[in-house]
Design a protein around this ligand. Structure first.
Ligand code: ADE
Ligand code: ZN
Length: 337
């Protein structure tokens, strides 16, 4: 059996598959054990007795129920060392999972006004990225909350100005329903005017119309985008323009965006020529990292060998890496498969 056959023969070893993780929130990589360790270190009270109880609480009705726990978890991140430990642990885990390139969101709004300065937080996060440079390629994506006024997003964009050379793109997340992308047009226009690529969470719990609004904003990629599957004309546009969708199957299952992974739209979209990719979102809370997402979705949807190759190549196409690096990674994926 050749190397590539053993890699893709069921049950596939997706740890060995060279992968990207382009939609992951650093705050969502906070594993329960680390969360408790940091709470102890910083004397922060928690509503759970131990990590097991927190894991038990990770059965979410919907996105809002998840975000309540996610923001509670953020409270334990207090010192520079905490942010370094968090970023370092995620990067080590992703590298061990066969992720060669990751692009993670981190939202400074959550931590502004607390004891630590923005420069302290970013120094820690960028140090972890630098220390892991030889083991994993990594880009930082700034992001803001769509539940806050657009003026807050614009302020955050300004506050991040000293670190623009280390930011690959800007995005937006948070509770989607009732907070359509176009409400943030001023923010996204400002990001583009300053030379950044832009992405937005759309069509996760929100309707296909929100994905259309994202296109109106001229986004470079869409985070999730599931609802587009209900709009054939929108699917055609996404396929023609090759606007990537960073899909997160296990997240969708845990947040009841899909009832069953067998119903996940990823394969249908791939068949329609969309640039869909597989990502982890908030792996510590959804109990699944990139490799777990690949295994679960491949099993549930019966992905073929050529679909797996296409998905891996889509990850490179959808990334914000320079073209020369994209070429190198494409060659490496083809060699590995
Ligand atoms: N922030 C962290 N995870 C998110 C998700 N799945 N959707 C929207 N905002 C988020
Ligand atoms: Zn997300």
């Amino acid at each position: 059996m050749s190397g590539s056959d053993s890699l893709l023969k069921p049950p596939c070893d997706f740890v060995k598959l060279p992968k990207t993780d382009l939609h992951v929130h650093l705050e969502g990589t906070l594993e329960p054990e680390m969360l408790f360790r940091l709470a102890d270190r910083n004397h922060i009270p928690l509503p759970w007795k131990n990590p097991e109880m927190l894991r038990e609480a990770c059965r979410f009705r919907d996105l809002s129920a998840f975000l309540a726990i996610y923001y509670k978890g953020c409270e334990v991140l207090v010192t520079e060392q905490d942010f370094y430990d968090l970023a370092r642990a995620y990067l080590e885990r992703a590298a061990a999972d066969g992720v060669f390139h990751t692009e993670f969101f981190f939202n400074p709004q959550v931590f502004c006004g607390k004891t630590i300065s923005l420069s302290g937080i970013l120094r820690a996060v960028f140090s972890a990225m630098d220390d892991m440079r030889d083991r994993i390629s990594c880009l930082y994506l700034g992001t803001v909350m769509r539940t806050r006024p657009v003026e807050d997003a614009l302020r955050t964009l300004d506050e991040l100005a000293p670190w623009y050379d280390r930011i690959a793109a800007f995005g937006m997340g948070g509770a989607e329903l009732g907070n359509p992308p176009l409400r943030f047009k001023r923010y996204f226009d400002a990001c583009r005017e300053r030379g950044f690529r832009i992405c937005v969470h759309a069509g996760e719990e929100g309707p296909a119309e929100y994905v259309r609004e994202a296109l109106e904003l001229r986004v470079d990629r869409i985070d999730h985008g599931n609802a587009a599957v209900h709009d054939p004309d929108l699917m055609r546009i996404l396929a023609e323009k090759r606007i990537p969708l960073t899909m997160c199957p296990i997240s969708n299952l845990r947040l009841n965006v899909v009832r069953d992974l067998a119903e996940h739209p990823l394969k249908r979209m791939l068949e329609h020529g969309l640039c869909v990719t597989i990502n982890s979102d908030d792996p510590a809370y959804f109990l699944g990292y990139a490799g777990d997402n690949w295994s679960a979705v491949s099993r549930a949807l019966g992905l073929t060998r050529s679909e797996i190759l296409q998905l891996a190549l889509n990850g490179v196409e959808a990334s914000f890496l320079p073209e020369a690096q994209k070429r190198m990674w494409r060659d490496r994926i083809r060699t590995a498969l």
